[in-house]
Write a new protein. Structure first.
Lengths: 251, 441, 210
């Protein structure tokens, strides 16, 4: 088993971006398939519970064929045209592009989602501020706001019940949801203002250089994670170039 | 030191200024305020602040991290931080794991957590802005005792603002009373100040033990009949039931109080009785007199059908606001009932006067004060004249004036034949209003 | 007690505090708006596919109109906070929340969030952070829409033909103008009227008008 959960979130983010970077440059089925096979082989060792894996990656499995369908119908045409209707034009070219798109969305989307499954917001923020050196006031501010998600969800439920109690929940679902969204924004800004007072009272935003109570670990596992991401990208590109199918997206 | 004054006298602003968190570009400042001879902002961190709302001052997700937050900002070295974190948690008596999720804490625990976070910064001055106003009686005691322990252990100066004087009057050395227009009315030993200013303060909404707010005189009521009943009812937010099954009978001309500790499911029970939440098992059944052709299960009624039958007033009035003026807010219910325009106007005008909101008719409801919002949320429910009125913590954080107004209003509703169900941990309120009480464990 | 109040009436020293500097409340409230917007993104991530299918069937590429619901976070944050970087920051926080909760784009959500935020930010910057009126909001929405179209076409639809590219781009810009621009501007006005923005420029403006 690969203990991916304990790897610094910044390294996971980096690995996901590295893979994507190589795949984004090209649209061909060889590079996408190569990357996909390698990724699935590695993901299999992450020890993610099957139910959780399918649930979290379901959107990718849905998005891939839909995106491919769009390309099949409206993609660039080439070779024999099989079907034509208004803007729709299915051809040899668009069939090949659609297949490549299907595999590419999976190859980019699956690792991107899987690497994000086990990320804890606090560890993520520590990594962003201590390892990537992003401005700490903003990182910590965002982290404090993320903690309020639970409160917002409770607010949302109360807002919903309150609309039923006020006698306006029988009709106009869309308008009601818009109204609730607005009320949620107002409530959240109120909470945010109070939170900022509490944070400021604890010395947040002062001139003193901040220290960190938690260390954001960075060691061999993190470098290895980045390296694996890089290798998958390079392998996919090399294989595609060697088979002559590498196909730069611009042009 | 305890700081008193009526709503709007600027107590909170003064505390925020002490803590150095009032922005320079906000409002007008006159005169100077020096903490240990310096501008307060320079002392940020030497002055600790605990505010009223427990939920809004928990900053991070894990207990240990939250306490460490202030130290981090002050640049305390890592090893030193964790020593301080453990010390502070022990001082406020919060013995939970450092990686415990902060959202799983009770209100009293959250306030003690905030106090620990302040304490870890080793402040010379700790200011507390109504730290117990949102807590149940057990939470109030918890927090007060923690504050006393901290004061004794650290020797820090402590300034408290609170409406409920009895919580603190025995333990503070000095009481200062602020005037509404600015300035100090009284300043001295607690017994002295309360003896001289007590009556006046009570009239302005401060809770003084020697001058309790007036309670309504109850009229003789007519015959009662059943409106709602429940057998072996269990409630919950999902499939899991909170607490043991209950048998309940809701009668007309009767006030029922539901009390119990935090987390016992009081609010959930109120929402279930209000026809807003499905029960986990058992059912809430409306009598034919209440249902009046709408079916026997309130949860299956249409939203509009609830209006004349069961009204619900939520704990947080802001959850119920729908429009941009007070008048429009009151019109929502009657309009949904498709009452004629003249009737809508008559009802709204009557409620505006009765609940002293007439001067605010065109104000945006969100801009009202806490007491005004509470009165408005009750008024919106009354506008459709429901036979049953369910209220969740109606006296939460209210000053004694709003408190006794609400009490008088609800007592009259009951005397006139309505049924009132109130969830509350305010024992004075329960004692003054309830005809019967259900205690949830 | 260590507090002393001298009798002489002096004004507290006022820091000039640049109009472009972020206060703590700016950071925290921008974060909160970002997080709340992120939750709305999550709802839209799920709802958008069925909701936009009819648009796509009507005219391919037209579905990009609905993309506006992923663009409003940056414009809204900027309209409330009125500081440089607010559009990028708000959009990034919202995208992070959307990615952390889990969506079909994972890490790449951050890339989209970043480019879309920049799209709006460039417009506000072009007005030297002085146009917070409806015109500025709509143009910023258009900027975000254009950025989204470019990102999406490169990331997900690189094989598409020219008509699709054109329709997709125009639809994204229109969606950005209406949903991210106009709607955010209306929302900001509404929020200001509730008094929640009294500590912000956006709130004080409304207070003055009333």
């Amino acid at each position: 088993m690969i203990p991916i959960a304990s790897v610094n979130p910044v390294a996971k983010l980096g690995a996901g971006l590295l893979v994507s970077l190589f795949l984004l440059a090209t649209i061909d089925w060889v590079s996408a398939t190569t990357a996909l096979v390698l990724e699935l082989a590695i993901i299999a060792f992450f020890g993610i519970e099957p139910k959780r894996f399918w649930l979290r990656t379901l959107p990718v499995w849905v998005a891939a064929p839909l995106t491919a369908l769009t390309i099949l119908l409206y993609g660039r045409y080439d070779g024999t045209v099989y079907f034509e209707f208004l803007l729709i034009r299915i051809s040899d070219g668009s069939i090949e592009l659609a297949l490549a798109t299907f595999l590419r969305v999976l190859a980019i989307g699956l690792p991107a989602v899987v690497l994000f499954i086990s990320i804890d917001p606090t560890d993520f923020a520590d990594g962003l501020a201590q390892r990537l050196r992003l401005p700490d006031r903003f990182v910590v501010g965002a982290l404090a706001a993320v903690r309020m998600v639970g409160l917002f969800l409770e607010d949302w439920r109360s807002l919903e019940l309150a609309r039923r109690a006020r006698g306006v929940a029988d009709r106009g679902r869309l308008r009601r949801i818009a109204g609730q969204g607005f009320a949620l924004l107002v409530l959240s800004i109120r909470r945010g203002s109070k939170l900022s007072i509490a944070m400021e009272a604890r010395g947040f935003g002062g001139d003193t250089t901040r220290t960190w109570a938690r260390e954001s670990p960075w060691g061999r596992a993190e470098w290895l994670t980045l390296l694996v991401g890089l290798l998958i990208g390079i392998t996919a590109t090399v294989v595609a170039v060697l088979t002559g199918s590498w196909n730069l997206i611009v042009g | 030191m305890l700081l008193l004054g009526e709503s709007g006298a600027g107590k909170s602003t003064f505390l925020h200024a002490l803590a150095g968190v009032v922005g320079d570009d906000e409002g007008e400042t006159e005169g100077s305020l020096l903490v240990a001879g310096e501008h307060p902002a320079a002392h940020r961190g030497r002055t600790g602040l605990v505010i009223q709302d427990p939920d809004s001052q928990v900053i991070l997700e894990r207990v240990g991290d939250d306490v460490a937050f202030g130290c981090e900002n002050l640049g305390v070295p890592r090893d030193e931080i964790w020593i301080r974190v453990r010390d502070s948690l022990a001082s406020v008596g919060l013995e939970v794991a450092l990686d415990r999720n902060t959202s799983a804490l009770s209100g009293g625990q959250k306030q003690r957590l905030a106090l620990a976070g302040v304490l870890a910064m080793r402040p010379g001055l700790i200011v507390l802005d109504e730290p117990t106003a949102n807590l149940d009686p057990a939470g109030v005691t918890e927090v007060r005792d923690a504050v006393i322990r901290v004061a004794e252990a650290t020797g820090a100066t402590i300034v408290v603002v609170e409406h409920r004087v009895s919580v603190w009057s025995d333990v503070v050395d000095r009481i200062v009373v602020l005037a509404a227009g600015g300035g100090v009315i009284a300043d001295g030993a607690p017994a002295d100040v309360l003896a001289r200013q007590g009556k006046e303060l009570a009239a302005r909404g401060v809770w003084i033990p020697q001058f309790p707010p007036p309670r309504p005189v109850r009229a003789v009521r007519g015959p009662q009949h059943a409106l709602l009943s429940a057998q072996q009812l269990t409630v919950g937010r999902g499939k899991e039931a909170l607490g043991a099954p209950l048998d309940l009978q809701i009668m007309s001309s009767h006030a029922l109080a539901i009390t119990g500790p935090n987390g016992a499911g009081k609010s959930t029970l109120a929402l279930t009785l209000g026809g807003l939440l499905s029960s986990v098992s058992g059912a809430v059944v409306a009598s034919p007199a209440l249902a009046n052709g709408a079916g026997e299960h309130p949860i299956r009624w249409k939203s509009r059908e609830l209006l004349t039958r069961i009204g619900t007033v939520f704990q947080d009035p802001e959850h119920q606001l729908l429009t941009s003026t007070v008048r429009a807010e009151l019109e929502v219910g009657p309009r949904a009932l498709k009452l004629p325009e003249s009737e809508v106007d008559a009802r709204v005008d009557e409620l505006l006067t009765r609940l002293r909101l007439d001067r605010l008719a065109d104000a945006n409801p969100f801009t009202l004060s806490g007491g005004e919002k509470r009165r408005l949320s009750v008024a919106t429910a009354l506008a459709t004249r429901p036979q049953v009125l369910v209220l969740d913590e109606p006296t939460f954080g209210q000053d004694s004036r709003t408190w006794s107004e609400l009490l008088a209003l609800l007592a009259r509703l009951v005397d006139d034949g309505s049924s009132v169900i109130a969830v509350s941990h305010d024992l004075d309120f329960v004692d003054a209003l309830a005809d019967s009480t259900v205690v949830l464990e | 007690m260590t507090t002393t109040a001298p009798s002489s009436s002096t004004s507290t020293p006022t820091k000039p505090g640049s109009r472009f500097q972020w206060r703590v409340i700016d950071i925290v409230v921008a974060s909160v708006i970002g997080v709340a917007s992120g939750l709305i993104f999550v709802v839209w991530n799920v709802a958008s596919t069925p909701a936009l299918a009819p648009f796509a069937a009507l005219l391919p590429g037209l579905q990009a109109v609905g993309g506006g619901f992923w663009l409003f976070a940056g414009v809204l944050t900027a309209l409330v906070i009125r500081k440089p970087g607010a559009a990028i920051y708000g959009e990034m926080v919202a995208a992070s929340v959307s990615a952390l909760i889990g969506n079909q784009w994972g890490v790449l959500t951050l890339v989209s969030g970043f480019t879309q935020g920049i799209g709006a930010e460039i417009v506000f910057a072009a007005f030297l952070y002085a146009n917070w009126r409806v015109s500025g909001a709509i143009l910023a929405g258009a900027g975000a829409g254009l950025a989204m179209a470019i990102t999406d076409l490169l990331l997900w639809y690189p094989g598409s033909a020219l008509p699709f590219i054109i329709i997709y781009t125009i639809a994204a810009i229109v969606g950005g103008m209406l949903i991210a621009g106009l709607l955010s501007w209306l929302a900001t006005r509404g929020i200001a009227a509730t008094g929640a923005l009294n500590r912000f420029g956006a709130g004080r403006e409304i207070a003055k008008r009333v």
